[in-house]
Design a protein around this ligand. Sequence first.
Ligand SMILES: Nc1ncnc2c1ncn2[C@@H]1O[C@H](COP(=O)(O)OP(=O)(O)OP(=O)(O)O)[C@@H](O)[C@H]1O
Length: 243
Amino acid sequence: MDETIRLSSVGKVHGSPPNEVIALRDVTLAFPPASLTAVMGPSGSGKSTLLQCAAGLDRPTTGTVTIGDVDLAGLGETALTRLRRDRIGFVFQAFNLLPSLTAEQNVGLPLRLAGRRPGRAEIQDALAEVGLADRAHHRPGEMSGGQQQRVAIARALVTRPAVIFADEPTGALDTTTSRNVLTMLRGLVEHRGQTIVMVTHDPLAASYADAVVFLADGAVADTLAAPTPDVVAARMTRLETSC
Ligand SMILES: Nc1ncnc2c1ncn2[C@@H]1O[C@H](COP(=O)(O)OP(=O)(O)OP(=O)(O)O)[C@@H](O)[C@H]1O
């Protein structure tokens, strides 16, 4: 089953006249299965809006978003909520784990929200995928930042989503820990065919991606395959100085 995520001529206007802000302009992109895509761009260039529209958290003003052959615009609120819950995983800069729950309970949360009693094996599998099989009974406060982010990634994986959207997943981590988390994300793409779309400001993080999409003023300014940190940094500098 082809589960490519496609944005076709997506535009997004926030607010209403006279305070309209055009956040996305005619964005056409595809995120193919088993790929890691980095989304970069200056502050206010539309990265978060792009993620929100691609994830069905916000509806585009114009254009379409499809996951495989499902057009998100054709879904009512209930169906869209179900699609987000079952087919999309989210990872955030601040981990967003519940502090009073163990790693195992945090990872099981999306299944509980879907009305299912989580199976021990599926939670253990998700924790093993992020190298934390032995931490199932620890609470977030008993783990390092990198370990907490790995629990959050296990939580995103547990529903076997078509795509994981990650908003600055290494933004709160030091360089060494970031590298570990990025290597792990890369491994999920290579070994289990996971599709991941990651917003980042960090050229090093972007260099782990298969492709980088650069946004400027709401439009795709450039794309780069096989990125290296130096080339990414140079393109970012060029974009930041031209806006
Ligand atoms: N709810 C909103 N209402 C009005 N304007 C908004 C809203 N959300 C975003 N914007 C505007 O849309 C534009 C794009 O914002 P967005 O948050 O997508 O950018 P970004 O690239 O993620 O920025 P940053 O890197 O600073 O987080 C900005 O001009 C922003 O001020």
